[in-house]
Design a protein around this ligand. Structure first.
Ligand SMILES: *[C@@H]1O[C@H](CO)[C@@H](O)[C@H](O)[C@H]1NC(C)=O
Ligand SMILES: *[C@@H]1O[C@H](CO)[C@@H](O)[C@H](O)[C@H]1NC(C)=O
Ligand SMILES: *[C@@H]1O[C@H](CO)[C@@H](O)[C@H](O)[C@H]1NC(C)=O
Length: 595
């Protein structure tokens, strides 16, 4: 620091001495300068170099912990996350991951005990043992993405949809404009005209309220990537070439893989959210006429978890989360009051349906369902055929669901519908006709025993046997109906997204449930890696996600297998193609959210 001032001082002195300085004085000054520089060099190489970072230092996060790291001893030292600010991966900072150098691969063979200390995520796992830390094991690190991956899309909201002006739907932190309670169907506050594809923004904004955010990625249980993947593809689904559709996805994985956080697990602790169906991100070929982008097929994305409103039944990297409803409570009490009201309602219809037929799709049972609603004295229909029909009015829809015992939820263009969540919010018991509409989708949010909260009528019973829905539902004893409705009503908190600008006191909403599930998934994987018992048997094409989600679930035949037309050949990566085809043909109906 002193280097600069001193030479300039000596120059100053020379100037001050005016013209001809005596020879001895010049010699003296020259010697002084020489000695000074020597001193500087000496100082630099001895004192300063001690302070320089040591690249050779081993990166063992818990060097003080003895070698029984896999047992996670209970009485661990308390870890104050604020004290630990030095991420344990400094060696690899900002270098893209090379698969051959990856930690995890070397652990597939038996590994000497000493090497086991070297898991870069150990410190994060250890935070869970600190009982004094309420966030232990639950920290989330959020990537600070460049604005082109999120905020810029909101600014250019007019481009987000060909038919809908999304600008009004991105207001209020993604909830959309408030709904007035004119007909008394909603509550006076907490209701919004929420667009069904708005989860990208709602989830990101909810994350800002998450109580255990950390800026220290080395203690994070999972890493959130706030990319608006759904908004990104929505801009380009119609009329854009594949390089335009893929551009942001490729840009994103390129950005992520250069971050030090990526190296910890090759991105397997990363997750992102897209409020659209998985088939929009699963383009199988680079043929221009193929649907969507190929985000979910990128090698980096295969390591991440993507939360979508409709997931693929077979693939390992996407998970179903609820569509948004119109209800976004700001406090627990708003939810309790709503639940209590749904319990007490008079429900005059046995069953109802809001939707449009699919005359172009010969396999669709919607025609029969609409017929049955029309003919039954206890059935109610809200048809979505005409432009500004009541089917598009949140108030009409919610009013019908609130006065029905059962709500029919046949698949539309893809397996799932937002309507399923709107109806459950109204305390109406859903009737599903395909397991892909809920049971294989929302495994985090709905009970595994589907008979507790829903009725399952296989499509073929309607299509081929002409089963009467009225007869089938009338057979259910009223006390069972009552129990099922109570189950549906009790599920409401975890199916809705709370207002991202405030926070529920005790209730866990759809966001909380999803984040906890991701944390559990990553934690389970980390422990498996340490204990070298990672399940490598999972083959996407012939496996069910249950095997990924639940301890002890085996890959193999599953009760739902017959309902999915998947190729027998496991080598065919193309299991989702028929649904992708369906999505392609029909999501052109985006402007008809309830249809
Ligand atoms: C794709 O479209 C963009 C703009 O719409 C254009 O700039 C680009 O050249 C096109 N790429 C290909 C390969 O056609
Ligand atoms: C995905 O994770 C595996 C296992 O950690 C790793 O070997 C691979 O390199 C990762 N892929 C990418 C693209 O980082
Ligand atoms: C599922 O729930 C139904 C209704 O409550 C019950 O009768 C049935 O025994 C349950 N099945 C299992 C496997 O727990």
């Amino acid at each position: 620091m002193r280097r600069r001032p001193l030479p300039s001082n000596s120059r100053e002195e020379m100037e001050k001495s005016n013209g001809k300085p005596p020879r001895s004085r010049i010699c003296f000054l020259a010697m002084l300068a020489a000695m000074f520089w020597l001193l500087i060099f000496y100082f630099h190489f001895t004192v300063l170099s001690v302070k320089a970072p040591e690249p050779q230092k081993p990166v063992i996060p818990f060097s003080s912990v003895p070698s029984e790291t896999q047992h996670f001893s209970k009485e661990s030292e308390s870890i104050n996350p604020v004290q630990y600010f030095d991420p344990p991966r400094s060696k690899n900072n900002y270098t893209p991951l090379k698969p051959s150098n990856d930690h995890h691969d070397t652990h597939q063979e038996s590994v000497p005990q000493e090497a086991k200390k070297d898991f870069p995520f150990l410190r994060a796992l250890k935070t869970a043992e600190n009982k004094a830390d309420p966030c232990g094991g639950r920290y989330i690190y959020v990537h600070d993405l460049p604005s082109r991956f999120n905020e810029d899309m909101l600014r250019d909201c007019r481009k987000l949809s060909l038919w809908t002006n999304m600008c009004k739907f991105t207001t209020n932190a993604g909830l959309g404009p408030p709904l007035e309670n004119v007909e008394g169907v909603f509550s006076n506050t907490g209701w919004y005209a929420t667009n069904q594809f708005a989860v990208d923004v709602i989830f990101s904004n909810r994350m800002k309220q998450y109580e255990c955010l950390t800026k220290d990625s080395s203690i994070a249980a999972a890493v959130f990537v706030p990319f608006y993947a759904g908004f990104d593809i929505a801009r380009y689904l119609w009329g854009y070439n594949i390089s335009t559709r893929d551009a942001a996805s490729l840009d994103l994985v390129d950005w992520l893989m250069k971050r030090p956080e990526w190296n910890v697990m090759g991105g397997r602790d990363h997750f992102l959210v897209a409020g659209r169906i998985t088939w929009d991100f699963r383009r199988l070929t680079d043929t221009e006429t193929d649907w969507g982008n190929k985000l979910l097929f990128l090698p980096a994305a295969k390591n991440m978890s993507m939360l979508v409103v409709e997931s693929s039944p077979w693939n390992a990297n996407d998970f179903g989360i609820p569509y948004p409803t119109y209800f976004h409570p700001a406090k627990d009490d708003d939810v309790f009051v709503w639940q209590e009201r749904m319990r007490k309602l008079e429900r005059k219809w046995l069953f109802s349906f809001a939707g449009a037929p699919r005359p172009d799709n010969p396999k669709s049972i919607r025609g029969q369902i609409i017929d049955q609603c029309r003919k039954s004295p206890v059935g109610k229909l809200l048809e979505c055929d005409f432009g500004e029909s009541k089917c598009h009015s949140p108030s009409s829809i919610m009013q019908m669901f609130q006065s029905s015992l059962f709500c029919l939820q046949p698949q539309g263009d893809s397996y799932t519908r937002r309507s399923a969540f709107d109806s459950m919010l109204a305390g109406c018991i859903p009737v599903f006709f395909h397991p892909g509409s809920a049971y294989t989708q929302y495994t985090w949010h709905l009970p595994k025993n589907f008979s507790k909260y829903s009725v399952f009528i296989p499509e073929d019973d309607i299509r081929k046997k002409g089963l009467s829905i009225e007869e089938r539902l009338k057979q259910i004893p009223s006390h069972v109906v009552q129990e099922m409705r109570e189950e549906v009503i009790s599920l409401i908190p975890r199916l809705i997204y709370a207002d991202p600008r405030s926070k529920l006191e005790t209730l866990k909403d759809a966001f909380d449930v999803s984040v906890q599930a991701i944390i559990d998934k990553v934690t389970k994987l980390r422990k498996e890696i340490i204990e070298d018992r990672e399940d490598k048997d999972f083959i996407e094409e012939n496996s069910w996600k249950y095997a990924l989600l639940e301890e002890g679930q085996k890959v193999g035949a599953h009760e739902w297998d017959p309902f999915f037309s998947k190729p027998k050949d496991a080598n065919n990566a193309d299991s989702g193609s028929s649904s992708a085809e369906a999505a392609k043909n029909s999501w052109k109906n985006e402007q008809r959210p309830q249809s």
